[in-house]
Design a protein around this ligand. Structure first.
Ligand code: DC
Length: 228
């Protein structure tokens, strides 16, 4: 990677609803630009997993805030560029994708106290150096001054199909109708929560990924970043 690239691409924010293809694309963009990749959804998932293990309800804000304060959540790539999520020193990469975590994470992520704690952690990570961060509120709230902001969208059908493939690859066969209901409900929760809802930043580049491959989306993002 060129030094000039590094200077202009220090922070890339990628937001969008579930299934728009953010994490695949964000990881590849980070790799092409030699930047750190941070999957902020994985951080919320790790806390949701810990809450389940501790027997805490996803709406018990005071207890969850305390739990977060005592949690070491770390997202990092291994030398093969596989993303790993560590919770208190344990690799929870697969565990955070389980349906039980999926079922409670949106509720955990809707709590103001939890968001405040997570956003602090995310901002400190961004201060350490160049980063590609994906989530729901990165361009609007976590890093509103990011020089590059992208908002990925896709049709509901495409998002359902992607989620179906993702779960099937993990051995979970869930009917498409169930996934569709889940995605619609998740969109509703992510978009209507009081604190930092899923929202397109006015200065974000919007990319509809419905009929694009991940590579095409990556190329479009790189063209914007390098074109500046
Ligand atoms: O992207 P994901 O499905 O792994 O995200 C898990 C949950 O966390 C999802 O309900 C949205 C929420 N989330 C959030 O509220 N803010 C973020 N920056 C990232 C994820």
């Amino acid at each position: 990677m060129q030094d000039a690239d590094k200077r202009v691409t220090a922070v890339v924010a990628i937001d969008g609803p579930a299934g728009a293809g953010k994490s695949t694309v964000a990881r590849r963009v980070a790799s092409c630009l030699g930047l750190l990749y941070l999957d902020t959804g994985a951080m919320y998932r790790a806390l949701a997993l810990k809450a389940l293990s501790a027997g805490l309800g996803p709406d018990d804000e005071a207890a969850l805030v305390q739990l977060l304060a005592n949690s070491d959540i770390h997202v990092a790539e291994d030398p093969d560029r596989q993303l790993h999520v560590w919770l208190d020193g344990r690799d929870v990469t697969d565990a955070i994708r389980r349906p039980a975590v999926h079922a409670v994470v949106a509720q955990v992520a809707s709590l103001g106290g939890i968001r405040a704690g997570m956003v602090d952690r995310q901002r400190s990570l961004a201060e350490e150096g160049g980063v590609v961060m994906d989530g729901r509120d990165i361009g609007t709230y976590v890093l509103p001054h990011a020089p590059f902001k992208f908002f990925l969208t896709a049709s509901l059908e495409a998002r359902v199909a992607r989620r179906h493939r993702e779960l099937a690859a993990q051995g979970f066969l869930v009917p498409a109708a169930t996934l569709q209901r889940d995605i619609v409900e998740r969109d509703r929760m992510d978009s209507t929560r009081a604190v930092a809802p899923l929202q397109q930043a006015p200065d974000a580049h919007v990319i509809d990924t419905t009929n694009l491959t991940a590579d095409q989306v990556v190329q479009e993002i790189l063209a914007v970043v390098r074109g500046r």
